[in-house]
Design a protein around this ligand. Structure first.
Ligand SMILES: NC(=O)c1ccc[n+]([C@@H]2O[C@H](COP(=O)([O-])OP(=O)(O)OC[C@H]3O[C@@H](n4cnc5c(N)ncnc54)[C@H](OP(=O)(O)O)[C@@H]3O)[C@@H](O)[C@H]2O)c1
Length: 401
C-alpha cells in the first residue's frame, strides 16, 4: 500500500510539478547573501552548478566541493567573466571532494575546519543514479549509491559540525528526491548484498535517498536546540541534468523531448536556494524539534513545507539507520555530541599548551594522538594549532581515547 502511494507521489510530481510551482519566479529571487559562506557539493553540473552560481551572484562566499576541480575552476573563470560588468568579483572557490572515498571526505573536512571559519550552509547536493547499471562498490566497500548519496554526505555533515556550530544559526541542506517515497532501507543490509532483495539501480538510489531522510530526522532531533543548526531535506523536482547520463542514448533523447514536464536546472535549484536562504526555515525547524517524533523539515519542489514518506518517519528504523550509518562511516556513536562539545570548549579557550623542554617527545605525543583520533574519528586535526613558541593543542581530553 505504502509502495503504491509512493509511486503515486512520484507520478504526481512528474505530471504536476510545473503547475504546482507556477507561483515561483524563475530564477528564484534571492536576498543579498554577502554574510553567508556556503559549501555546495557536486557543483560542476546540473542542480548544484546552478545553485552555486546563483548563491555567488547574490554575494555569498561559495565553496564548490567537487571531484573535478579543473571543471570547477573553468566554471569559476567563466562565471567571473560573465559577471564582471555587473558587480564585484564573485567570492567563489573550489575544493576537492570525492564522495566515493571516505578518506576524501575526512581530508576535505580537515582542510575546511582548519580555517576556523564559520560555515552557514552546507548543501549536500552531489548524487548519482546509475540507471540500469550493475551493482558497484566503493573502495570503502559500500554500494555506490549508498555511499555517494547517503554515507559520505552523512560523514561530511557530522565532521563539519564544528564549523556549522561556529556560524550558528546555520543549515545542513540535503538534496533528496521524491524517489525516497518508493525506497526501502534495511539497516542490516545497507549494501543490498544479503540476497533478501534483488539489487537494481532503482533499489540502490531510492534506498539511499530514504536512508538520508531517516538519518537527517535523527540528526536533527539529536542536535541541541541551542545549536540552532537546521536540517532540511528537499525534492528538486524532476530535472533535466546529467543525472540521466547512464541511460541508453535513445532513452536520453526521449527524456530531453519532454521539456514541458521536466524542470531546467534553473527551475530545479529553486528548492535548494529556498531551503538555504528562506528566513522562516529555522523557526519551522524549531517547531518540529519540540514534537515527539524525530523529523526534519522537508521542502517540496514548489518550495513548500511537506512531509517525507511514512516510512521515513518510522522511528525505530530511523534510529537503526542512524546507528548503522555512524558505524559504517567509522565514528563513535556519540560523535555528534563530542564534535559539538569540542567546539564549545575550544571556543571557550580550551587550547592546551604543552609547556615542555622535550619538544621531540611532545611532537611524538601529538602524532600519536592524531593517529588515534584519525583511526576513530579523523577530524580534529584542524584543532591542532602549532605555534613557533610552543605547541597549542585545541584538543580535549575526551578526544584522546
Ligand atoms: N535531476 C533530477 O531529476 C533529480 C531528481 C531528484 C533528486 N535529484 C538529486 O539532485 C542532486 C543533483 O543531481 P543532478 O540532477 O544535478 O545530477 P548531475 O547533473 O549528474 O550532477 C551531480 C553532481 O554530483 C557530482 N558527483 C557525483 N558523484 C560524485 C562523487 N563521487 N564525489 C563528488 N561529487 C560527485 C557530479 O560530479 P561530476 O560532474 O564530476 O560527475 C555532479 O557535479 C542529486 O543528489 C540527485 O540525486 C535529481
Amino acid at each position: 500500500m505504502e509502495w503504491i502511494r509512493g509511486w503515486a507521489c512520484v507520478f504526481h510530481e512528474f505530471l504536476f510539478q510545473r503547475f504546482m510551482s507556477s507561483h515561483l519566479p524563475n530564477p528564484l529571487s534571492l536576498p543579498p547573501l554577502s554574510h553567508l559562506t556556503c559549501i555546495v557539493t557536486g557543483s560542476t553540473s546540473g542542480i548544484g552548478r546552478e545553485t552555486a552560481r546563483q548563491l555567488a551572484e547574490a554575494g555569498a562566499h561559495v565553496v564548490m566541493a567537487v571531484r573535478n576541480t579543473k571543471a570547477a575552476h573553468d566554471l569559476i573563470q567563466q562565471w567571473q567573466r560573465d559577471w564582471s560588468a555587473k558587480g564585484l568579483p564573485l567570492n567563489i572557490e573550489a575544493m576537492e571532494l570525492d564522495l566515493l572515498s571516505l578518506d576524501s571526505v575526512v581530508n576535505f573536512s580537515i582542510a575546511w575546519n582548519a580555517r576556523l571559519a564559520p560555515l552557514h550552509v552546507l548543501i549536500n547536493n552531489a548524487g548519482i543514479f546509475a540507471m540500469g547499471e550493475e551493482q558497484k562498490f566503493s573502495k570503502d566497500g559500500y554500494e555506490q549509491h549508498m555511499q555517494v548519496n547517503h554515507l559520505a554526505p552523512a560523514l561530511l555533515s557530522l565532521l563539519l559540525l564544528p564549523s556549522l556550530n561556529r556560524a550558528s544559526p546555520s543549515r545542513i541542506i540535503n538534496v533528496n528526491s521524491v524517489m525516497h517515497y518508493v525506497g526501502f532501507v534495511d539497516p542490516d543490509d545497507m549494501n543490498v548484498v544479503s540476497g533478501r532483495r534483488k539489487f537494481t539501480s532503482l533499489v540502490g538510489y531510492s534506498g539511499s535517498k530514504l536512508a538520508q531522510v531517516m538519518f537527517s530526522n535523527v540528526l536533527f532531533k539529536r542536535l541541541p536546540l541551542e545549536s540552532r543548526i537546521s536540517v532540511v531535506c528537499l525534492s528538486p523536482g524532476i530535472v533535466l541534468t546529467n543525472v540521466a547520463r547512464d541511460l541508453p542514448r535513445s532513452v536520453q533523447v526521449q527524456y530531453a523531448l519532454i521539456p514541458y514536464f521536466i524542470f531546467s536546472p534553473q527551475e530545479g535549484c529553486r528548492s535548494s536556494l529556498f531551503s538555504a536562504t528562506d528566513a522562516q526555515i529555522p523557526e519551522h525547524c524549531e517547531k518540529l524539534k519540540t514534537g515527539d517524533k524525530p523529523i526534519c523539515t522537508f521542502i517540496s519542489q514548489d518550495c513548500k513545507h511537506t512531509k517525507p514518506s511514512e516510512e521515513a518517519q518510522n522511528v525505530e528504523t530511523a534510529n537503526r539507520v542512524w546507528e548503522k550509518t555512524v558505524e559504517l562511516i567509522g565514528l563513535p556513536l556519540d560523535a555528534l555530541e563530542r564534535l559539538l562539545q569540542g567546539q564549545e570548549l575550544a571556543e571557550a579557550g580550551a587550547h592546551v599548551v604543552m609547556a615542555v623542554r622535550n619538544m621531540k617527545a611532545a611532537n611524538e605525543l601529538i602524532q600519536q594522538w592524531r593517529t588515534k583520533w584519525s583511526a576513530s574519528v579523523g577530524t580534529m586535526y584542524d584543532d591542532f594549532v602549532l605555534q613557533s613558541n610552543g605547541i597549542w593543542i585545541a584538543m580535549l581530553s575526551a578526544y584522546c581515547h
